[in-house]
Design a protein around this ligand. Structure first.
Ligand SMILES: [Zn+2]
Length: 257
């Protein structure tokens, strides 16, 4: 009887851990989450089998199999996240340009607005220095695959290693930086929240078409940790509407999973 009770408690813990897996968030910019997860995770056989058959996605990594995003929508409302990934040739259709005389690049259609925003803030003595804009699909791919190899060296199977890698790095094509539509401003530190630059952005960015993409209170929807530095171009109209309604992009587009 005692053994049965212990077994049941163990079973409940395993089930709880598995059900929590879905709500985990990732540090989209992979700045401070470098913890090596060496805890053995239990993967349910059915989940893995379902993923392998349902998804054409090379990197099977989540309970919900991701799909290629709809690129027929307005370019500024393109949804790129863990569930909707970019076709790997998407960027070939985009004109990338350097922003504010730096090495950082954005889609030229968004860069115009960034420059306007930069100039408006500069008049008030605030410099929205571009820190990280476009990142290539190939760079994201090599970072991700290196992490998978590393996890495999710890003894994980290929699928387990992929799941674990996706907890700290977004797979290629699932980052907005791969689309040239997002800019990390000044730095990638939580303390950015306490700067005048953040305050200015929070009050004014929507008038230049940018949104705080991963707000603190939407982590369960975006599945990305709060990132005060990451600003996404969606266009002035959409940004103002989202600011007013308090919706994040997934909610605005009706694509909450
Ligand atoms: Zn970012």
């Amino acid at each position: 009887m005692k053994k049965l009770s212990i077994f049941l408690v163990f079973l409940i813990i395993v089930i709880t851990l598995c059900s929590c897996k879905k709500n985990e968030t990732v540090d989209e910019d992979y700045t401070n989450n470098t913890t090596d997860n060496q805890v053995q995770t239990t993967y349910q056989k059915d989940d893995v089998t379902a993923l392998a058959t349902v998804s054409n996605w090379k990197y099977i990594y989540a309970i919900d199999a991701p799909v290629v995003t709809d690129t027929e929508v307005k370019w500024n409302l393109l949804l790129v996240n863990r569930e909707y990934y970019l076709p790997d040739n998407y960027i070939d259709t985009v004109n990338l340009v350097n922003v504010c005389g730096t090495q950082e690049r954005l889609d030229s259609r968004a860069a115009i607005y960034y420059e306007e925003m930069f100039n408006a803030a500069a008049i008030e003595g605030i410099y929205l220095t571009p820190c990280s804009g476009y990142r290539s699909y190939d760079l994201q791919k090599s970072n991700f695959e290196n992490r998978i190899s590393y996890n495999e060296s710890l003894g994980y199977s290929k699928i387990e290693a992929t799941v674990e890698a996706s907890k700290v790095i977004l797979p290629p094509g699932t980052s907005e930086h791969n689309a040239g539509l997002a800019m990390d401003i000044i730095n990638c530190l939580d303390s950015f929240e306490n700067t005048q630059a953040f305050k200015w952005l929070y009050e004014n960015a929507q008038d230049f078409g940018f949104i705080l993409r991963y707000p603190k209170d939407k982590q369960d929807i975006t599945k990305i940790v709060y990132e005060p530095w990451h600003w996404r171009f969606v266009g002035v109209e959409a940004a103002q509407e989202m600011k007013k309604s308090g919706q994040c992009l997934e909610e605005y587009l009706g694509k909450v999973k």
